[in-house]
Design a protein around this ligand. Structure first.
Ligand SMILES: Cc1ncc(C[n+]2csc(CCOP(=O)(O)OP(=O)(O)O)c2C)c(N)n1
Ligand SMILES: [Mg+2]
Length: 666
C-alpha cells in the first residue's frame, strides 16, 4: 500500500487519487474477506464486523488527515481509516486474532482499538461515546498551539444517541474543528433508517448547531475525498466543526453472525450495482490509463502481500495470562512527587476545596476546571469562587448541560496535555456520564496503556432537604468499576489532600465532597507536600471496645456519639474507598473484636457490605460478635425534612448499634 501520498492541505487530482485510493480500498476489501475466512476457521476471535461496501467512505474520508498530527476517532466499520493513519495490517490482524502481539495486549475486542500516540483514539462499543473524546483531544492539542483537525465517525444508528448531539453541540460552542462523518449505510444492525430518524437527511441537523452540513454519495470515492478536503478548508477558516453524511453501503450483515435476511433481494441487487470497489476500478480503466493486465498485476500483488502478512500473524503465539492481572488496571503513580507545603488557619471544607483548586491551578497551567456555572457564578456551592477571576474563562470553563459530553471531552483532553478537573453540580448527575466515566475513562489505561488523569468532584450526600435527585452518595456504585479511584475526605485537611492527590494521580479519581460538611466542618490545613502519605485511611479516635468505620458526614455523628457516651472505640474513615486499604481496619478489629460500619447510602448501595465481608474473611477468629451496619434504608432519599431525618442514620441509631455490639458476648 502506498501511504506516502500528500495530505491536507495538498490535494491529489482525480488521476493521482484513484490509483492510490483503489489500491487501499482493494487491500481492505480482500483483507476483510480473509478476516472473515480466518474467523470461520477459528483464528479470528469474537466476531467480525465486515466493512465491505464501506470502502469508498472509510478510505478516502481518512486520506486527507495527517497521521500523527490530526486526531481520529473511528467507528467499528472503519478498518481502512486505521490502515491509512498509522496502523499496520500486521497489527490489525494481531488485534483480530487477540494474540501475543495484539496492540491492545489481547485485552480488547477486535474493533475496539486505537493508538493514542498515533492519535487514533481507542474506540469503545457504546455508540456515540467515541465522539466527545475527539472534540476534547482536538481542543487540547489546539490549546497547545498545534495545527490539528479532528475526525469523528459514527453510523446512522449511532447518530440517534444523546452523545451525538452533546458532542456536536460542544464542538460548536467551543469552536473545535472536528469533522463528524455519519456513515449512513441504511441500517443499524437490522433497523432501517426510517425507524432511526425522521429527518430528510442527517446533515440537516447541522443547522441546529449553526455549522455546515452536507450529504454525499459515500460509494463514490472521489466525491468523498473532495468533500472531506472542502470541509477541512472550511474548518480551517472558521474553526467550527462540520457534519458530513456519507451515504454508504453494508454489503454483508451487521457482523459475521447476521445473514441480513431483512434486506430485500431488490435492495441488495441495487446495492451490488453500486459496489464502491467496482466503481473505483472502472474509473481506473476509463480515466487513468490502467489496463486489465496492469490492474490484474496490482491486485495479485495486493493478494500476495496480504497472504504474507496473514502467515506472519498466524505464527504469533497466544497471549500470556500473566500480562492481564488487576495490576494492569491502574496506571502507576509517580513515587517522587513532592509539592510545596500549604497551610491555612481555621477554614471550612468549602474553602478547602477552593484552596486546593487554587493551589493546583496556580502551579500547573495544564489544569482546567470544567463544569456548570463554575465561571462567573463560582459554582452551585461556591467552591470555585474567585477562580474564574484569577484564571480566566479558558481555564475555568462553563460547559453546556451535558455531563457525558463533558467527561468524554475531558478524557480526550487529558490525552493531549490538559489536566481536567470536572465538577458535577451534584454527585447525582454523575449517572449521566456513567459510560464515559465508569467504562471509557476507567478502562482507558487497561485497554490502551495510556493514563487517563482526570479528577471528578462530586458534591454528595443528604441532610439538607434536597430530595432524591440531589442527595445521593454513589460511592458504592462507582467503586464497582475497576480503574476508578475513590476518595472521601471528612476534614478540611483531608479535603485539600484528596483533591491534590487526585490531581497528581495518573488515574481517573473521584472525590466525594459531602455538602453538609461544606459549611459545617472546620479545621486548619497543614499540608507538608508529601503525596505518598495522603493515600491512607484516617483514624480519629482510639479505644478498646469496638471499631467504627464511617464515611463522610457519618464521621461527625460517630465521633459525637463516642465522645458524648464515653465509648472506648477506634473511629476510622477509610478515606481511600477504592482501592480500599483494609489492613489498618483489620488490625483495629483484631484488637477490638467488634465492627460497626456507618454509611449514609442505602444498605445495599454503599461500601459497608464490602468492608464487612473483607473483615469477616480476615478477622473471623477474632470477632466477638457479628459486624453491624447502620445505613439508610434501600429507598430514594425523601424530601420533607421529617422524612429525611427519619431515614438517615442519626445519633440514636448509632448509639443503639454500638450498645448492641458492645453488649453482645463472644
Ligand atoms: C449505545 C449502544 N447501544 C447498542 C449497541 C449495540 N450495537 C452495536 S452496533 C449497533 C448498530 C450500529 O448501527 P450504525 O450506527 O448504523 O453502524 P453500522 O453498524 O451500520 O455501521 C448496535 C445497536 C451499541 N454498540 N451501543
Ligand atoms: Mg448503519
Amino acid at each position: 500500500m502506498n501511504l506516502s501520498f500528500p495530505r491536507y492541505p495538498a490535494r491529489l487530482n482525480r488521476q493521482q487519487f484513484y490509483p492510490v485510493a483503489y489500491e487501499i480500498m482493494f487491500y481492505c476489501h480482500v483483507l476483510d474477506e480473509k478476516i472473515y475466512e480466518l474467523f470461520r476457521k477459528g483464528y479470528v476471535k469474537g466476531t467480525v464486523i465486515i466493512c465491505i461496501g464501506n470502502e469508498a467512505t472509510m478510505v478516502p474520508m481518512s486520506m486527507p488527515f495527517r497521521p500523527g498530527q490530526d486526531i481520529l476517532g473511528l467507528m467499528h466499520r472503519d478498518m481502512g481509516g486505521h490502515l491509512v493513519n498509522g496502523m499496520t495490517p500486521y497489527e490489525l490482524l494481531c488485534q483480530y486474532m487477540a494474540n501475543a502481539q495484539s496492540p491492545t495486549h489481547a485485552r480488547e475486542g477486535n474493533v475496539h482499538h486505537g493508538n493514542v500516540a498515533q492519535r487514533r483514539l481507542p474506540f469503545i462499543s457504546h455508540l456515540g461515546n467515541t465522539l466527545a473524546p475527539v472534540v476534547g483531544a482536538t481542543w487540547a492539542a489546539r490549546r497547545n498551539g498545534e495545527d490539528v483537525f479532528g475526525l469523528a465517525s459514527i453510523g446512522d444508528g449511532g447518530s440517534s444517541t444523546g452523545d451525538f448531539h452533546e458532542s456536536l453541540n460542544l464542538a460548536s460552542v467551543q469552536r473545535v474543528p472536528v469533522l463528524f462523518v455519519v456513515e449512513n449505510n441504511h441500517y443499524a444492525y437490522s433497523t432501517p433508517t426510517r425507524l432511526q430518524y425522521n429527518a430528510k437527511q442527517l446533515s440537516d441537523r447541522a443547522a441546529g448547531y449553526n455549522i455546515p452540513g452536507k450529504t454525499i454519495d459515500g460509494t463514490d470515492a472521489w466525491e468523498v475525498y473532495c468533500a472531506v478536503n472542502d470541509a477541512l478548508d472550511e474548518m480551517n477558516k472558521t474553526s467550527l466543526p462540520y457534519l458530513l453524511e456519507s451515504m454508504t453501503l453494508r454489503l454483508y450483515g451487521h457482523a459475521a453472525y447476521d445473514k441480513a435476511e431483512y434486506v430485500s433481494a431488490a435492495e441488495r441487487q441495487a446495492w451490488l450495482r453500486r459496489d464502491p470497489v467496482a466503481r473505483a476500478r472502472a474509473v481506473l480503466l476509463d480515466e487513468c490509463e490502467f489496463t486489465e493486465e496492469k490492474l490484474g498485476a496490482l491486485e495479485s500483488a495486493v493478494r500476495a502481500r496480504i497472504d504474507t502478512v496473514i502467515a506472519r500473524s498466524l505464527s504469533v503465539g497466544r497471549p500470556a495470562c500473566a500480562t492481564c492481572s488487576p495490576g494492569a488496571v491502574f496506571a502507576p503513580a509517580r513515587p517522587d512527587i513532592k509539592l510545596p507545603p500549604f497551610t491555612a488557619p481555621q477554614i471550612k471544607n468549602l474553602q478547602a476545596v477552593t484552596a486546593a483548586l487554587d493551589y493546583i491551578m496556580g502551579r500547573d497551567d495544564k489544569a482546567v476546571l470544567l463544569g456548570m456555572d463554575i465561571g462567573v457564578y463560582g459554582s452551585a456551592f461556591k467552591t470555585c469562587k474567585g477562580l474564574y477571576e484569577r484564571y480566566g474563562a479558558k481555564r475555568v470553563m462553563d460547559m453546556p448541560v451535558c455531563e457525558s459530553g463533558i467527561v468524554g471531552f475531558a478524557l480526550g483532553a487529558s490525552q493531549f496535555g490538559a489536566r481536567p478537573i470536572i465538577e458535577y453540580q451534584f454527585a447525582d448527575f454523575s449517572t449521566e456520564a456513567a459510560t464515559q466515566m465508569a467504562l471509557n475513562a476507567a478502562s482507558w489505561y487497561f485497554r490502551s496503556c495510556n493514563p487517563a488523569p482526570l479528577v471528578f468532584r462530586l458534591p454528595c450526600g443528604g441532610g439538607i432537604t434536597l430530595g432524591a435527585f440531589h442527595s445521593g452518595e454513589f460511592e458504592g456504585i462507582w467503586s464497582r468499576f475497576p480503574g476508578l479511584k475513590l476518595l472521601y475526605p471528612f476534614t478540611p485537611q483531608e479535603t485539600f489532600e484528596a483533591i491534590v492527590a487526585a490531581y497528581y494521580d495518573p488515574n481517573p479519581c473521584l472525590v466525594f465532597e459531602h455538602k453538609l460538611l461544606y459549611a459545617s466542618k472546620g479545621g486548619s490545613i497543614d499540608f507538608n507536600g508529601d503525596m505518598a502519605s495522603i493515600w491512607r485511611p484516617r483514624q480519629y479516635a482510639e479505644g478498646a471496645d469496638c471499631t467504627i468505620v464511617a464515611f463522610g458526614a457519618m464521621n461527625e455523628l460517630a465521633l459525637a456519639v463516642v465522645s458524648e457516651q464515653g465509648y472506648s472505640a477506634d473511629v476510622w474513615n477509610p478515606f481511600i474507598l477504592n482501592p480500599l486499604d483494609i489492613d489498618p481496619l483489620a488490625a483495629s478489629v483484631e484488637k477490638t473484636g467488634r465492627l460497626l460500619v456507618i454509611q449514609e447510602s442505602g444498605e445495599t448501595a454503599g461500601l459497608g457490605d464490602r468492608i464487612v465481608s473483607l473483615i469477616v474473611k480476615r478477622c473471623f477468629a477474632k470477632l466477638r460478635c457479628a459486624p453491624a451496619i447502620v445505613a439508610s434504608p434501600d429507598m430514594p432519599v425523601p424530601f420533607a425534612p421529617e422524612l429525611e431525618t427519619a431515614t438517615r442514620p442519626d445519633k440514636n441509631k448509632i448509639r443503639a448499634a454500638i450498645e448492641q455490639i458492645i453488649g453482645e458476648k463472644s
